[in-house]
Design a protein around this ligand. Sequence first.
Ligand code: ADQ
Length: 459
Amino acid sequence: MGKLIIISNRVPLPDKHGNVPAGGLAVALQAALEEKGGLWMGWSGKVISDNLQQPHLNIQKHDNIEYALLDLASTDVDEYYAGFANRMLWPLCHYRLDLIDYERKDMAGYFRVNRLFAEQLQSLIQPDDIIWVHDYHLIPLAAELRRLGVKNRIGFFLHIPWPSADIVFTLPVHETIMRGLVSYDLIGFQTDYDLENFTGCISRENIAIPLGENRFKTGSHEFKTGKFGIGIETDKFTDTAQRSEKSALVRRMRESMTGRDLIIGVDRLDYSKGITNRIEAFEHFVQNNPEYKSKVTFLQVTPKSRSEVPEYAEMQSMVAEHAGRVNGALASVDWTPIRYITRSLNRNILAGLYRHAKVGLVTPLRDGMNLVAKEYVAAQDKNDPGVLVLSRFAGASRELDGALLVNPYDKESVSQAIRHALNMPLNERQYRYSSMIKHLHENDINHWCANYLDELRCA
Ligand code: ADQ
């Protein structure tokens, strides 16, 4: 059997001691690559001058895995990454048509860089290898590889939502994007909604003929679609959370919270995560439930991301402003309602904070899955679990049936759920938790990975 090849925009390279970066997806994919030997290809993160004509592919080997790292020219990064991927596809898939800037040059850059990836990858592919492409940066890759004569099995997994046809069709190049997707052998989505939306797009544009049971045909090419909701390393995360109770920082945090309940929100800084709506909902909760003044603290942990995209830089000051305004209005001399941290935390600390929080407030306006929701549940103490308040627009809401589902646009709905969560009796919390943790055990990240690859092998 041939090797497994994974391609994603960025590659989680092991450090000089051979340790893989923390995070379930990187660990699970590395494990799948280790098993039979494999290759992981992506952008190195380096930006080179536009004048250097020769693309530079750096290949490194760590144990059983080769890493192929492609440097990109500055214009390529602007057009492919910051432009088309993050200023068109990302807002489109998160229903933010108002933020899209349809630049023809960015669209051209996106297809050009995908062609470059295909050209660089081609010579590394052996006939029996199977290829797994990840996420919206690389949708046209299979079509480019097919154009170069690659006949291998190629799968694609979309980590973010696939929106309804009326949204997708606003993209001037939607047909090329759709034709790119149907060049794969297996197209995987997070939820049944995404899958239904995609099937709707295919039938409205007559892109492929349905053959039944998620099978389709376009020309002589047959392909499959499927729902593969991504999981986390459930057992490991629970262990980490348990152990972190002993960590000095988590202990200090607990001591500083004596007599108060902790509500936690953890997200990359992104407009899709609904952070400002969440802050407003928390403010609404305190204003309408004054008996909770001084009794709760909302901790929001939000590291910066994608600062090269203007909307993200603006968001940073907007979130800080919102948190500052609410603190200014509600705080007392010995109580700060919102604690706002703008950096990434070590996973052990994060797990300990989740475990100590009575309420996990996960209220994205739109999210493919949302792993924070799953991590929060996995971190809980089964004898005294906290309550997950979850947006109905996160993919995770299709799986975590013990959560209190809310509409994140409606601050009254979120405020009521916070109150409900803080008052929930122990037996109801345990009942809700046990149903969710069972699901997370049965559908962890290794299960997700094996399930997808089995399906791709027999696609
Ligand atoms: P993201 O949009 O990045 O992922 P998410 O699923 O929530 O969102 O994953 C974020 C990860 O980053 C979590 O593992 C979380 O613990 C970690 N993280 C967030 N803030 C952190 C902080 N301050 N410090 C340390 N770690 C932090 C995309 C899609 C999601 C989909 C995933 C996986 O947008 O919908 O669930 O891919 O498919």
